[in-house]
Write a protein that binds this ligand. Structure first.
Ligand SMILES: Nc1ncnc2c1ncn2[C@@H]1O[C@H](COP(=O)(O)OP(=O)(O)O)[C@@H](O)[C@H]1O
Ligand SMILES: [Mg+2]
Ligand SMILES: [Zn+2]
Length: 391
């Protein structure tokens, strides 16, 4: 019998390949085509423990690979810190920072990447967040080993369904994510990149992947576009640096729900600061009750101070959870919830609508934020005016 090595293990199922490189278990032929030169080649083993398969995805800050844990035969996903444009793959899979000028920025990102993985690793067994199994430095960079999620993304699901799904289905998908996010926020960690492509639909429920601390570092402050997802990012993500606030995730979550039920993106948050042309989901034909549309719109309020300040509040309002029974009864899917065609029946719901919200007692921080906003507005207006006179 052939000795089992990294060369003859099936990367699809961890079974044995025969002499023709066909798997004895799943009958698939090994894919021995070479990978792009900046990827770690398939069948590489690092830490004497992780066998690399093909890359599953590649973003501006990292490459995610399929992998196998040789100690227990478990399928894993391995994310490698690889900030594109800052580093190069050299011999023996090592990652080199391109120039002395980029050293500090790349290292800052690396530290964030590791810190975040370590923090996230503390909250194992959350239903709505991918679990972290290990993280370590190697090859001059860092790696996060995660549980492998076999489902497709919410983005793909939406595309398959013609662009949108019902409100009830959406709420079922987002529920565990919102609940788990509460635990993550308690650790002082904010996701910053919630969107349908970072939500994986597993048979048991949906899970959030791709926490973005490394992205937040915005390495050298040059290209904001790569650290933001347009439409999902609230206005504060365009201007603040390193601020960790739960309501940033609430905005992106609410936009994700909005997109799911309407099939459309709302205008970009900074555009909404000037003139809010966002159309309510119900006006776009989404079947959503007044009681729930209010909270959804409040989650999407342009200014952070007008949103829910933590996900528990958002969850309770959006899912109409009964507070008296400690939040276990969701009436969200009850058939008798009033639909938008009826007049708003609840004062609460009207109050929750950001258009009607009058925020009293704004604290000092909010005032500071407002001032900051004014400055940004003025600056942008000046730029606009200058551009006009040039024409
Ligand atoms: N734990 C995982 N299990 C399975 N696939 C994953 C996992 N994590 C990431 N992926 C895949 O890799 C892709 C990229 O990973 P992600 O963490 O979103 O990084 P980025 O978007 O920054 O490239 C995802 O869209 C998904 O297809
Ligand atoms: Mg992603
Ligand atoms: Zn196989």
């Amino acid at each position: 019998m052939a000795v089992r090595t990294n060369k003859n293990i099936c990367l699809f199922c961890f079974g044995d390949l025969d002499a023709n490189r066909v798997c004895k278990t799943c009958r698939k032929r090994a894919d021995d085509t070479p990978c792009p030169p900046h990827h770690i080649p398939q069948r590489t083993v690092i830490q004497s423990r992780y066998l690399f398969g093909k890359a599953l995805g590649e973003g501006g800050f990292g490459i995610t690979y399929l992998g196998w844990d040789l100690t227990n035969g478990e399928r894993v996903a391995i994310k490698e810190y690889f900030p594109s444009g800052y580093v190069t793959r050299v011999a023996n899979n090592r990652v080199m920072i391109n120039g002395a000028g980029q050293q500090a920025a790349a290292n800052r990102g690396l530290k964030r990447f590791m810190d975040e993985a370590r923090t996230l690793a503390k909250v194992k067994n959350l239903d709505g967040v991918v679990s972290i199994k290990n993280c370590f430095k190697d090859n001059g960079t860092a790696y996060i080993v995660m549980e492998y999620l076999s489902g497709g993304s919410l983005k793909k699901h939406l595309a398959r369904k013609g662009g949108k799904i019902g409100f009830d289905e959406t709420l079922t998908i987002t529920r565990k994510i919102i609940e788990s996010l509460g635990e993550v926020h308690k650790l002082g960690l904010v996701h910053r990149d919630i969107s349908p492509d970072n939500i994986i639909l597993e048979r048991k429920g949906a899970k959030l992947i791709d926490f973005g601390a490394a992205k937040q570092s915005n390495l050298d402050g040059k290209s904001l576009s790569i650290v933001l997802k347009q439409g999902f990012a609230p206005e504060e993500q365009y201007r603040t640096h390193g601020e960790q606030v739960p309501w940033t995730d609430i905005y992106a979550l609410a936009v994700t729900i909005y997109l799911c039920i309407t099939g459309q993106m709302p205008p970009e948050s900074i555009q909404r600061m000037y003139k809010d042309t966002m159309v309510r989901p119900s006006a776009l034909g989404a079947k959503i009750s007044v009681l729930q549309e209010g909270p959804l719109l409040k989650g999407m309020a342009v200014l952070g101070k007008n949103r829910y300040q933590n996900v528990e509040q958002f969850l309770k309002a959006l899912y109409i959870l009964d507070v008296r029974t400690s939040g276990v009864t969701a009436s969200a899917t009850r058939a008798n919830v009033t639909l938008q065609t009826a007049a708003p029946s609840s004062r609460e719901a009207r109050k929750a609508n950001p258009i009607d919200v009058v925020v009293k007692n704004a604290d000092k921080k909010d005032k500071k934020r407002e001032k900051e906003l004014e400055k940004v507005k003025k600056k942008l207006e000046k730029e606009k005016a200058a551009a006009k006179t040039k024409k």
